[in-house]
Design a protein around this ligand. Structure first.
Ligand code: PLP
Length: 434
């Protein structure tokens, strides 16, 4: 089942001798699904080729950034030009201003923005800013949401609302997570109770608006509305982590979609990454001027970075954002993504496999479950063994989806109707064997 060829295996052996697990980010190691990770040699449009020259239709898109597919000509040109001008100056550039303007134009809840190099850094900095701006220590996060690997966010729930979290990673002292309260996603009553108990000590609530680290679970409108109200009433900040959803689910990002349901809705702080860098290390956080001016050098909250606002990364992000802002981009992307999800649902149904799926813009998720889950315990009911069979069947047939059932999938504007048809045809064969 876990067919793998020589070059991938040889490279994996070499990598394992020098790099823990053979990878520089754990999910790449295929530990959840077994088998040999594919070492990618190159990519173009919606395709990637591994070290053996085998071609895959790519539904990971570097875990989200590659919304235009790989090697989009306008992006490539911008990056090449920027590289010739210089890799890094450690001084301000016009392009940082242009990128800030472009982001804020589409996500107006951010009056000011700071650029960093990874989603982890952006989330960590947003939490520090929320604590600095409110003078409070406690933060609320939700079970199954991922906000990067900052110490205070690597937490699982304690035994009740009165006990704060336990670290999920060795190396994180209990004192570091003692201020993090972990609640169930989409549970309005629990959130209300938590605020009743701790409201005046809460610096912020941080959440993924569509939880892509639980594959694909939407925050219900009622949950988002109540989170906003409770934060406002208690003087806490609402931090929306749009590292994955930002410019992926809509040009106005997920918060723009919630604003259509909840009049006047906006978060206090927004965390962005992935698409805004177009595949280069670039992320950001932003919010109202009064809060953002708490950051150094204006205010007392320290935050910095040698490579922040890197000139090549900003060129890549800016060229990407200019392409996706063109009229009709998201309509076409959403239609294509929806056709994949519908096709997969049809293939599963024909084979009698329990299946449900959802998508928004160019982001999708599916579960081998009869109904869409609303929180992490429900996501965990997925049949992992069946998912692994599906994963390897697709991979062997040349379709590359995330090697873990907790991960969302991504369609790019480079995926053609034929790519979707080919994927669905293969899925039909694989589902029939599950
Ligand atoms: N926040 C969310 C919602 C994410 O999905 C991720 C990464 O997948 C992060 C934060 C962390 O971003 P990075 O991997 O760039 O540090």
């Amino acid at each position: 089942m876990t067919h793998s060829t020589d070059h991938n295996q040889t490279l994996f052996e070499r990598a394992k001798a020098l790099i823990p697990g053979g990878v520089n980010s754990p999910v790449r190691a295929f530990r959840a699904v077994g088998g040999t990770p594919r070492f990618i040699a190159r990519a173009q449009g919606p395709y990637m080729w591994d070290a053996d020259g085998k071609k895959y239709i790519d539904y990971i898109g570097s875990w989200g950034p590659m919304i235009l597919g790989h090697g989009h000509p306008a992006v490539l040109e911008a990056v090449q030009k920027a590289a010739l001008e210089g890799f890094s100056f450690g001084a301000p550039t016009e392009r940082e201003v242009e990128l800030a303007e472009e982001i804020i134009r589409h996500v107006p809840s951010m009056e000011m923005i700071r650029l960093v190099s990874s989603g982890t850094e952006a989330g960590m900095s947003a939490i520090r800013l929320a604590r600095g701006a409110t003078g409070r220590s406690k933060i609320i996060k939700f079970n199954g949401c991922y906000h990067g690997h900052a110490d205070s966010l690597l937490v699982k729930a304690g035994s009740g609302l009165a006990t704060f979290g336990h670290a999920t990673s060795a190396g994180v002292p209990p004192e570091v997570v003692q201020h993090t309260l972990v609640l169930e996603y989409n549970d309005v009553a629990q959130l209300e109770e938590a605020f009743a108990l701790h409201g005046k000590d809460v610096a912020c609530v941080i959440m993924e608006p569509i939880a892509g680290n639980m594959n694909f679970v939407r925050a219900s409108t009622a949950f988002m509305r109540r989170a906003r109200e409770l934060c406002t009433q208690n003087g806490a900040l609402l931090v929306i982590d749009e590292v994955m959803t930002g410019f992926r689910v809509a040009l106005g990002s997920a918060q723009g979609l919630y604003a259509q349901q909840i009049p006047g809705f906006k978060p206090d702080l927004t965390v962005l990454g992935k698409v805004i860098g177009g595949g280069m290390p670039l992320a950001a956080f932003g919010g109202p001027r009064a809060i953002m001016e708490q950051l150094a050098p204006l205010g007392p909250v320290y935050q910095a970075g040698t490579l922040s606002g890197n000139p090549v990364a900003t060129a890549c992000g800016l060229a990407t954002l200019r392409e996706i802002a063109k009229p009709g981009f998201y309509e076409a992307l959403a239609t294509r993504t929806r056709s994949l999800v519908d096709g997969l649902a049809g293939a599963a149904k024909a084979a009698g496999v329990p299946f449900c799926a959802d998508s928004q813009g160019g982001m999708f998720g599916f579960f081998l479950l009869p109904e869409l889950p609303q929180n992490y315990p429900e996501v965990l009911k997925t049949d992992g063994a069946k998912f692994n069979q599906l994963f390897h069947g697709l991979l062997d047939g040349g379709v590359y989806i995330a090697p873990a059932l907790y991960e969302a999938g991504f369609v790019s504007s480079a995926h053609s109707a034929q790519d979707i048809e080919d994927t669905v045809a293969l899925a039909r064969e694989v589902f029939a064997k599950l």
